[in-house]
Design a protein around this ligand. Structure first.
Ligand code: ATP
Length: 370
């Protein structure tokens, strides 16, 4: 196992496209790091540079103690799992999993033993004699994983390995990947555009946009303290509501915003976390509110400065949650209503607070829906 260190990593393609720009990341020994971002943000390019499948334009990559910039892929001791699985159709599961070991000319007995062990971990024992075309999508995905695991590499590199699976299978395989990685403790870099995968799998998550790293940290930190509007909007499902509004301060030093003709009082904790807000009185700011930080309360229970009138235009029952959509100053907003939140009415805790180029605030408010 080894740490992977990217220093000033950059990639400019032949046509001048800058896919990765000055990427600095230290992926710790045994860590599960998820690179996430929208399509085209450069995450696959970064992964392929680590794998040795893409020429590095700028910067350096260390794997363990070694700079690997000029080292061919096969000598980097990394194993990659692709979105397409890239299985050999003419080989059965046993031969597909053992292929890399056969290339290395390991003794047949050892190959057989290691393939059997891996097949057991991935519950593929019954399918060892089958060809890929006779396997389900989930089984193929596990064979692709098996092929990476059996090599016992220093680093796993995974490029959207679950995106060809249906939603239910994706959840199952996600848990399996998490378990296998935890048990083996192999340093892993995992690329996805799916923020739910990123949040559930990553020890840390690195968010990229247009080739530039925006923020890296544990999932909860990104959720609670996104450093800019992009991360605030990208992390979380449904996403954070972002509404532009004017910030005011009253004679008692309390801060207010106006939404839907209601004056809303910002919880004091918001100001403790973001003292810089004081510099933006009288200016437009972006208010960010997580869907679960609003609650539907009875009018009689609403406290001063916490009531936001709106009329729900769509209610979606999701089983455990109900999503209520309503407008704030003509912007569509969504709130997640649960029993727990209803019990919690009127509290002012947990403002998850964010800072954008100007200022982003998050508070807990009580919209009334009908
Ligand atoms: P996706 O999730 O869609 O795979 P990504 O975040 O992995 O996207 P990359 O595939 O790394 O993004 O691409 C980053 C940028 O580099 C994109 O603008 C893409 O069009 C460009 N790009 C990728 N490969 C090449 C290439 N061979 N030549 C020129 N530009 C490329």
């Amino acid at each position: 196992m080894a740490e992977v260190v990217l220093t000033g990593l950059g990639k400019v393609y032949g046509d001048g496209t800058r896919a990765v720009d000055d990427l600095n990341l230290e992926i710790r020994d045994g860590e599960f790091l998820v690179l996430v971002g929208p399509s085209g943000c450069g995450k696959t390019t970064a992964l392929r540079m680590i794998a040795g499948l893409e020429h590095i334009s700028e910067g350096t990559i260390h794997i363990g103690e070694k700079v690997v910039n000029g080292v061919p892929s096969r000598d980097r001791d990394v194993a990659m799992v692709f979105q397409s699985y890239a299985l050999y159709p003419h080989l059965n599961v046993r031969e597909n999993i053992g292929f890399g070991l056969s290339l290395r000319k390991l003794p047949k007995k050892e190959i057989e033993r290691r393939v059997r062990e891996v097949a057991e971990v991935l519950e593929l024992q019954e399918h060892l004699d089958r060809k890929p075309r006779a396997l389900s999508g989930g089984q193929r995905q596990r064979v692709a994983m098996g092929r990476a695991i059996v090599r016992e590499p220093q680093v796993f590199l995974m490029d959207e390995p679950l995106s060809n699976l249906d939603a239910k299978l994706r959840v199952q395989m996600r848990a399996q990947i998490a378990r296998v990685q935890r048990d083996l403790g192999v340093t892993t870099v995992y690329v996805t555009h799916d923020q739910t995968e990123a949040m559930t799998l990553g020890d840390r998550v690195a968010v990229m946009k247009r080739g530039v790293l925006q923020q890296v940290g544990p999932p909860q930190e990104l959720y609670d303290r996104p450093v800019n509007l992009f991360v605030a909007g990208f992390i979380g499902s449904p996403g954070m509501n972002l509404v532009t509004t004017r910030l005011d301060r009253d004679a008692e030093g309390r801060y207010w915003v106006a939404l839907n003709s209601d004056a809303l009082l910002l919880p004091e904790s918001v100001l403790h976390q973001r003292p810089a807000l004081a510099d933006h009185v009288g200016e437009d700011v972006v208010l960010g509110i997580r869907p679960e930080d609003m609650e539907d309360v009875a009018l009689a229970d609403a406290q001063e400065g916490q009531l936001l009138h709106s009329v729900a235009d769509l209610v979606e029952a999701m089983g455990s949650d109900v999503l209520v959509h309503f407008p704030i100053d003509a912007e569509p907003v969504v709130t997640e209503d649960t029993k727990e939140l209803a019990l919690d009415a009127g509290t002012e805790d947990l403002p998850s607070l964010t800072k954008g180029r100007d200022t982003v605030m998050v508070g807990r408010f009580s919209p009334r829906t009908r």
